[in-house]
Design a protein around this ligand. Structure first.
Ligand code: HEC
Ligand code: HEC
Ligand code: HEC
Length: 131
């Protein structure tokens, strides 16, 4: 076999091995979405905790909320800004979806981008879908 044939074969091999990388480069250049603050959240200005804490820790906060409600029957939570929140995913004024009224444009847009799909909605409801 000639040296050129071997080099060409090698080049094809390298391209093929790296194909997932090329594919990612082409398909994931889309920018991260900016979660939209809509409805009541647009007026509220503040979340339960500081924005960056919420971004990083909302899943753990929701676990704390669930345990508090289900195990201790306590539904009131005092946020860092001194305001009282209703420890609920989707029921009532000061719950997550009570304030972030558009689940699709807020929670889902971010989760879709990050490829997470919380299983919570197997049981919990999105008030907007009921209406
Ligand atoms: C009373 C209204 C209100 C409630 C209740 C509320 N939020 Fe927020 N949330 C906001 C506002 C306003 C912001 C933007 C805060 C800022 O810019 O400082 C925000 C920010 C966030 C962010 C960060 C978004 C970003 O741009 O990175 C996440 C995540 C979030 N909220 C999730 C939740 C979850 C989960 C709950 C329930 C545990 C919840 N929020 C309850 C009003 C609310
Ligand atoms: C700024 C982007 C962003 C926004 C806005 C956001 N999330 Fe998340 N969420 C994430 C990311 C990223 C993860 C995955 C984190 C991880 O796996 O460590 C996550 C994980 C979760 C989880 C845990 C899922 C699991 O299977 O472990 C829950 C529950 C959750 N989010 C609820 C919500 C709710 C409810 C809202 C809207 C009120 C919301 N999130 C808004 C980015 C966001
Ligand atoms: C198998 C069904 C099921 C799934 C899945 C589920 N929950 Fe729940 N959850 C419940 C039930 C039942 C209650 C009790 C309702 C009550 O007392 O108001 C509850 C209560 C809660 C509460 C307090 C009450 C309220 O109105 O929200 C929170 C917060 C909560 N769950 C968060 C979550 C989160 C976050 C997820 C996903 C990571 C999740 N749950 C997944 C069934 C479920």
């Amino acid at each position: 076999m000639s040296k050129n044939m071997i080099m060409a074969g090698l080049a094809v091999f390298v391209l093929a091995v790296l194909s997932p990388f090329w594919f990612n480069l082409i398909t994931t250049t889309q920018a991260a979405p900016k979660p939209e603050l809509l409805g009541k959240a647009a007026e509220a200005k503040k979340c339960v905790l500081d924005k960056y804490e919420m971004r990083a820790e909302h899943m753990y906060l929701l676990d704390v909320w669930r345990d508090s409600v289900v195990r201790n029957g306590d539904r009131k939570y005092t946020g860092t800004n001194g305001e009282t929140f209703n420890m609920s995913l989707s029921t009532g004024e000061n719950s997550c979806l009570g304030c972030h009224e558009d689940k699709a444009k807020f929670c889902d847009s971010c989760h879709d981008y990050a490829s997470v799909s919380p299983y919570c909605w197997d049981c919990h409801t999105n008030p907007k879908e009921i209406k």
